[in-house]
Design a protein around this ligand. Structure first.
Ligand SMILES: Cc1cc2nc3c(=O)[nH]c(=O)nc-3n(C[C@H](O)[C@H](O)[C@H](O)COP(=O)(O)OP(=O)(O)OC[C@H]3O[C@@H](n4cnc5c(N)ncnc54)[C@H](O)[C@@H]3O)c2cc1C
Length: 337
């Protein structure tokens, strides 16, 4: 394994932020990981996947370990289900395409989410009515301290909306090395409840969609709505949609009658953060080489050359302004490093 020094991470994060890693290594196997973790030369480690859910605000004074473990295996298959294990360094979308090619269903709604398979459990990736937890069986991880191998089943992961134990209690203590999912191999259960998917399928004139059709629809919707990080640096949704009490919602509704909402439970309401940010006047706001995307108020963008600190300050200003107007705290979905 070749450990490099003072490497720019610009091409390793979708925001395109130019910070340096003091040391950098690409781990292609479990053996590589065991070797690098057993070395006492680099006490501080930082784990990097596809770099699509992080805002790098400073140089990383650690050994950055790029997770590059590859491989996809069918563990078992019955008439209706299949258990598939994918290694952490597989690109998520390519894994989705592999499943679709094999007619394995369950993650077609998660098409085109950037990043790696190993990061998918960390924030329980979700889109268009489906979350990773819906198909998740287990994941394997190496403990950064004692190098023991641990297996986490679904209950262990404490999945929630863009949350898991890996983003909370166990943050920065493990490297997820593989993820195992239970998918359908026949009688696929389609999730077409989102209006945008239904509209797209209608446009394609498809009344009885296959999982492949749903993936195609999701890809088309995402490509029309979200900026491609290859063109404009970004990390997808920068903020989570806040969940507030029904009582607070009623007060806001009286003041802002057009406020959109989704019921989460009998006592809680989810409000789209994008709407709050737009109302606060930030949609399309440009501050030199960074800002808020013109069509997506939830997406902060780097037009080229912005620093992580620039974008962090804008994020803080947005949070402060939204709180002042609506008395709602919006949390970041992106990991601030
Ligand atoms: C255009 C765009 C659209 C997006 N749309 C969505 C969406 O619809 N839904 C959604 O949920 N997300 C979305 N995201 C966010 C992002 O794609 C996901 O969160 C993805 O899972 C991040 O994967 P990654 O490999 O890039 O993680 P990274 O950004 O590399 O890492 C994220 C965090 O996990 C840690 N980490 C990475 N790999 C491992 C590992 N193997 N073991 C332990 N820790 C690790 C890192 O240290 C970091 O703290 C979007 C991002 C972009 C840029």
């Amino acid at each position: 394994m070749h450990i490099q020094q003072n490497i720019s991470l610009k091409s390793y994060n979708t925001f395109g932020i130019d910070v340096k890693a003091k040391h950098f290594v690409s781990a292609k196997s479990l053996q590589d990981l065991q070797e690098v973790l057993s070395s006492s030369a680099y006490p501080n480690k930082f784990i990097l996947g596809g770099g699509s859910n992080m805002l790098l605000t400073k140089d990383i004074d650690a050994l950055v370990i790029l997770i590059d473990l590859k491989g996809i295996e069918v563990v078992s298959q019955s008439r209706e289900h299949v258990i598939v294990k994918a290694y952490a360094g597989e690109n998520w979308h390519e894994f989705v395409l592999w499943c679709l090619k094999n007619n394995f269903g369950g993650i077609e709604n998660l098409s085109l989410i950037p990043g790696n398979v190993g990061s998918a459990p960390i924030q329980n990736i979700g889109a268009y009515g489906v979350e990773l937890k819906d198909v998740f069986v287990s994941c394997e991880a190496i403990d950064l301290k004692n190098r023991s191998i641990r297996t986490f089943n679904k209950a262990d992961c404490e999945f929630d909306y863009r949350e898991s134990i890996f983003k909370q209690k166990l943050k920065d203590t493990l490297i997820i090395t593989s993820v195992t999912l239970k998918l359908t191999s026949s009688n696929h259960k389609l999730s077409t409840g989102y209006g945008a998917i239904a509209n797209q399928l209608q446009e394609y004139n498809i009344a009885q969609p296959t999982i492949q059709d749903i993936s195609k629809a999701v890809i088309a919707i995402r490509q029309s709505k979200l900026p491609d990080p290859k063109d404009i640096g970004n990390s997808g949704s920068f903020f989570k949609n806040p969940v507030i009490s029904k009582t607070q919602f009623e007060v806001l509704k009286a003041q802002f009658p057009t406020i959109p909402s989704y019921e989460v439970s009998s006592t809680e309401i989810k409000v789209p953060a994008g709407w709050l940010i737009e109302q606060a006047g930030f949609k399309g706001k440009t501050l030199g080489n960074y800002g808020v995307h013109k069509d997506q108020a939830l997406v902060l963008v780097n037009y080229g050359g912005a620093t992580g600190q620039d974008i962090l300050q804008l994020a803080r200003l947005i949070q402060k302004t939204v709180f002042k107007i609506f008395n709602i705290s919006i949390e970041t979905e992106v990991n601030i490093i």
